[in-house]
Design a protein. Structure first.
Lengths: 74, 520
């Protein structure tokens, strides 16, 4: 699953945008959004998803069940 | 949070009407002022005090560092740095951060280009604008590209403006070269603890090297990085001020240790601020009922730390996008829409001419104080009293009691008049009608004072103040604060000596929560 940002929780602080190793996060529609096609859940990059780790509001960057779990290319 | 006040912008042309400019300046809401002839109580007094000349040269016109300069000089913050890398229990980014210059509270986020344009527009309109700071609303060094791009653009177009930075210190050691490169000679680090056990009660987590750390481990990393950054800056000759939030029961006693730790590492000024905490801020401390300190608790701690190091007492905990003299906010005059439409001609010579005039006025005030002080020479007394002053700035008693949004507090002794803080009050007089509850609010805020100096005061509040043992003094209207306070104190000592009055010690006072609000 890719991560998604719960728009009602997002404070627009931009912290996640800079931390994303895939440049999957951008500003859109007033808050920040994650492009599910680019999100790798940080697998292969870091131990934990960076957007979740840096976000100042709990439960704002969450797994999006609408997208299949990312698998690292082998 | 601050709202705009009604000042007309002074449009800078090739010739300047200096009287109009001075009038404009006098109308500005100032804040804290200079200390006595003893140790400067914060940053600097009107004179050099005991500061090394090179530091005095750097801070003398800096409104955030010199308690007296901010009567005359203005600062602005640009909100180019929204991201943060730590979580503090006194901050909730979802509802905007309540503490520490209310840094989370901004009206709009700026790009570096917009910020640079805004700085030049403000500096051209307000000739006393000498300082540009980046204080958030997140952490400037968690947004290094935006922060340093802003500094680069400003140093190109407005090279006379001093650049400052306020940081939590977590990534500070990584950015020392850039800070030096852009000639940022003032850095503020917020240090609330040097003991990770204390830190764990203040910081739930930090984000460091791509990982979230929590608890004591997080606080340990943060503390080490803060102190390392401080050492690296002072080694390079970059001035460092330390901000600390006083949180009763958590770090209040510990801040004495923090003071020693930062002093030994070369910090030049320590600013201990009261915790701002209310349930509506949505912060951990706001929700769990953590209280802020009383006025007496704050002053006792500041006095306790005031050894070899200067303590700052005039901090207004302003917003991360504040514009203007401390205690006022003109940010609404300079919204992005408005500045993008402005045609700006940056005129350095006009600014310098204005600032030369300001220096003359400052010297006159210092001379007046010295003269009055000499009349106390030879007198010794253990009596110390606090007095409150209603002022619009320029070091004068020039505000009506009912119009005062805050009172400046001076401690009077035979050593002189020393600025020790300020008390915010709600507007007592609105539309000319006094309100009993509002007067009670004012009295609670200055309950520890023996007198209140005003330009004017109505009959009713006068009687009520007297009943509370606070002498309402309007005999020194529109005169210099310190000169007048010393004259009053000499008289007070005389009356005590003759037995006309008995000196009694006053009780504690309340610190009102929130930033100073200007009402148009």
């Amino acid at each position: 699953m890719a991560y998604k940002i719960v728009a009602s929780q997002c404070t627009n602080c931009t912290a996640c945008e800079a931390e994303c190793p895939n440049e999957a996060i951008s500003e859109g529609g007033g808050t920040f959004v994650i492009d599910p096609a680019k999100c790798t859940e940080c697998i292969g990059h870091f131990d934990s998803p960076q957007c979740v780790a840096v976000c100042p509001v709990d439960d704002t960057c969450v797994l999006d069940p609408a997208h299949p779990r990312y698998r690292q290319a082998s | 949070m601050d709202t705009p006040v009604e000042h007309e912008a002074t449009h800078v042309e090739s010739t300047v009407d200096m009287d109009a400019v001075m009038q404009q300046m006098a109308e500005h809401k100032g804040c804290g002022t200079s200390g006595g002839n003893s140790k400067p109580s914060c940053g600097s007094s009107a004179g050099q005090g005991d500061m090394p000349p090179e530091i005095w040269e750097k801070v003398k016109n800096h409104p955030c560092y010199s308690e007296e300069a901010h009567h005359h000089y203005a600062r602005m913050h640009v909100a180019v740095a929204p991201a943060c890398n730590i979580q503090c229990n006194y901050c909730n980014r979802k509802y905007d951060c309540a503490n520490e210059s209310r840094p989370g509270v901004v009206s709009e986020r700026l790009t570096p280009e917009q910020a640079a344009k805004k700085v030049v527009a403000v500096a051209s309109t307000i000739p006393q604008m000498t300082v540009l700071g980046i204080a958030g609303p997140g952490d400037p060094l968690a947004n290094p590209a935006k922060t340093f791009k802003t500094f680069e653009l400003i140093s190109q177009t407005a090279p006379d403006i001093k650049l400052c930075l306020s940081t939590n210190g977590l990534t500070l050691p990584d950015h020392i070269d850039e800070i030096a490169k852009y000639n940022v000679d003032h850095v503020t680090i917020t240090i609330n603890m040097v003991d990770p056990e204390v830190g764990a009660q203040i910081y739930p987590w930090i984000f460091y090297k791509h990982k979230r750390y929590t608890g004591v481990e997080a606080a340990k990393i943060l503390s080490e990085r803060q102190l390392q950054g401080l050492e690296m800056l002072t080694e390079r000759g970059i001035l460092c001020k330390i901000n600390s939030v006083m949180i009763p029961g958590i770090n209040d006693h510990h801040l004495v240790e923090v003071n020693k730790a930062v002093k030994s590492r070369g910090a030049f000024l320590h600013n201990i601020m009261p915790l701002i905490s209310a349930p509506e801020h949505g912060t951990v401390f706001g929700l769990n009922g953590q209280r802020g300190p009383s006025a007496q608790e704050l002053k006792a701690l500041q006095d306790n730390c005031e050894g070899e190091m200067n303590m700052m007492r005039h901090c207004r905990q302003c917003r991360a996008d504040a514009v203007g003299l401390l205690g006022e906010d003109r940010s609404a005059e300079f919204t992005t829409d408005k500045i993008m439409e402005m045609e700006v001609d940056y005129d350095l010579s006009t600014r310098q001419a204005y600032q030369a005039k300001v220096e003359e006025e400052r010297q006159a005030k210092v001379a007046a104080r010295q003269e009055e002080l000499e009349t106390l020479a030879g007198q010794t007394s253990d009596i110390k009293v606090l007095v409150a002053v209603a002022t619009k700035g320029s070091g004068l008693i020039n505000e009506h009691f009912g119009h005062a949004k805050e009172f400046q507090i001076y401690e009077l002794s035979t050593a002189g008049a020393k600025f020790v803080g300020h008390r915010r009050v709600d507007l007592y007089c609105q539309g000319g009608f006094g309100d009993e509850d509002a007067l009670e609010t004012v009295i609670r805020a200055i309950n520890d004072c023996h007198a209140v100096f005003v330009a004017k005061i109505g009959g009713c509040p006068k009687a009520d103040l007297k009943a509370q043992g606070i002498d309402p003094v309007d005999a020194y209207a529109h005169e210099y604060i310190e000169k007048s306070a010393i004259a009053w104190f000499r008289d007070y000592l005389g009356k005590v000596a003759s037995g006309e009055i008995v000196h009694v010690v006053h009780g504690d006072a309340e610190i009102r929560q929130g930033a100073l609000i200007s009402v148009a």
